[in-house]
Design a protein around this ligand. Structure first.
Ligand code: UDP
Length: 238
């Protein structure tokens, strides 16, 4: 019973912390493998997949700068952390027989391809999963903004943001039992109410290009494939 999907090309954004599993730092290989299987189930439907993975499980620029590091240096360290996560995901996907490319915004030719837009598009057409690493390549940005930027450049139909919760709530559902989930919420409401979907620059970039953001739970097995078919609970930001 393969759920049908009308999507041709999508962006999957996950945080670095999604790769930690229940550990406190770094990579938890069984969790990386589980997420790779989620990606495979969607790839098997013929959907072209872009991925951006954060780096917060290893290093966050803001944290480093709060501890006295120079901000831009700390941000470059954060970007490099995302490359490590991307390589881990590439390894897990290729273990499942899926061809992938890690494409880095910071040139690192020995480990990843440089970002060349037309080349990345070609990879997608050939059904290779493209994992965009090193964020936007610029300090002061986040991987949410990188995901939005690349999704626009690759003409993705939507960004799927896999999180720990099944959508966007009016307040933190972990702290408040009466939190209410939105089915649909506008970009402007997300910005005005500071709903923690993505940072403001990512939301604005999505809004200005009419790119929907679908927030869903990645903890639900089969969740990614289900959400693409419109099943389960999620929030659409549009
Ligand atoms: N980063 C950056 N520019 C970018 C993307 C990321 O400087 O375009 C740095 C920033 O320091 C950030 C870190 O990389 O803290 C890790 O990315 P992010 O915090 O977005 O990861 P996530 O929260 O998704 O795990």
């Amino acid at each position: 019973d393969t759920p049908k999907t009308t999507y041709k090309r999508v962006m999957l954004k996950i945080s670095g912390e999604a790769l930690m599993g229940d550990t406190a730092f770094g990579l938890h290989p069984p969790t990386v493998q589980r997420i790779a299987r989620e990606v495979k189930s969607v790839h098997d439907l013929g959907v072209e997949i872009c991925m951006v993975i954060g780096g917060g499980n290893i290093f966050r620029g803001l944290q480093g700068s709060a501890q006295g590091m120079e901000r831009t240096t700390a941000d470059y360290m954060g970007m490099i952390a995302t490359v490590m996560n991307a390589l881990a995901m590439q390894s897990a996907l290729e273990e499942l027989g899926i061809h992938t490319r890690v494409i880095s915004a910071i040139t690192m030719n020995e480990v990843a391809e440089p970002y060349i837009r037309r080349r990345a598009v070609r990879h997608l057409e050939k059904k290779r999963v493209c994992i965009f690493a090193a964020g936007t390549g610029n300090p002061y940005f986040t991987t949410d903004t990188a995901a939005t930027l690349r999704a626009n450049e690759m003409n993705c139909e939507a960004i799927f943001k896999g999180t720990k919760v099944d959508g966007v709530y009016d307040k933190d559902p972990v702290k408040h039992a009466d939190a209410v989930r939105y089915d649909v919420v506008s970009y402007d409401e997300v910005l005005q109410k500071h709903l923690g979907v993505m940072d403001a620059s990512a939301i604005a970039l999505a809004r200005d290009n009419n790119l929907p953001i679908i927030v869903f739970s990645l903890d639900e097995p089969g969740g990614f494939k289900g959400i693409l078919a419109g099943e389960g609970t999620y929030t659409t930001v549009r």
